[in-house]
Design a protein around this ligand. Sequence first.
Ligand SMILES: Nc1ncnc2c1ncn2[C@@H]1O[C@H](COP(=O)(O)OP(=O)(O)OP(=O)(O)O)[C@@H](O)[C@H]1O
Ligand SMILES: [Mg+2]
Length: 212
Amino acid sequence: MIILKNLSKSFGSRVLWKDLDLTVEPGRMLALVGASGSGKTTLLNCMGLLERPTGGQILFEGSDVTRLGPGRQRRFRRDHLGYLFQNYALIENATVKANLDVARRRGTRPDQAAALERVGLAGREKEKVHYLSGGEQQRVALARLMVKQPSLVLADEPTGALDSDNGAMVVDVLREMSRSGCAVVIATHNDSVRDACDTAFDVAAQREFAPR
Ligand SMILES: Nc1ncnc2c1ncn2[C@@H]1O[C@H](COP(=O)(O)OP(=O)(O)OP(=O)(O)O)[C@@H](O)[C@H]1O
Ligand SMILES: [Mg+2]
């Protein structure tokens, strides 16, 4: 369970949000919505410890992860987080397989081939990531999440670069991951992605509502 408490974020005099309270539960999918510039990506970045909130707390299983030192933050990211961000975190100059290898956790033997097949990239292990299309790279990142099985997935416009079939596939995979107990947070402008979530949070209005 992730609890955001009194969270605020400003850039200089520009206040994105303040006193934001939100709970993200395991097994649930939460959509972050709101106008462009309302701070959805910034909120994901704060939850992913890529950016510091200006104030407030982010409690993960009871402890405030914003206060962890750099080493423990790194471990938290490695052990618990999965990112599905555009242009983020794939190793461009390495093969598809090498990108999946980094998600492998000690003592596990995840099925990389099955994950690649699920995202429509069967047999593409040896290709270099920088030769893949944007949508293919996004699907490699999705396969990597399936291999990693993180407890919290943070997805920023995960269907943005995809055609509608692949967009639906991404949502289906995220739903499967949430069913297995993962908490999934998706920033999106897409109404059908929002409607596939259990709950939605409007970042601008700081209001949670039931989609559909
Ligand atoms: N490092 C930064 N320094 C200054 N301003 C920033 C920084 N990062 C983001 N911002 C500003 O914060 C605001 C919110 O940005 P953010 O990317 O979180 O919005 P968003 O809701 O994700 O928008 P979109 O729907 O267009 O993706 C924007 O006005 C942006 O310019
Ligand atoms: Mg954004």
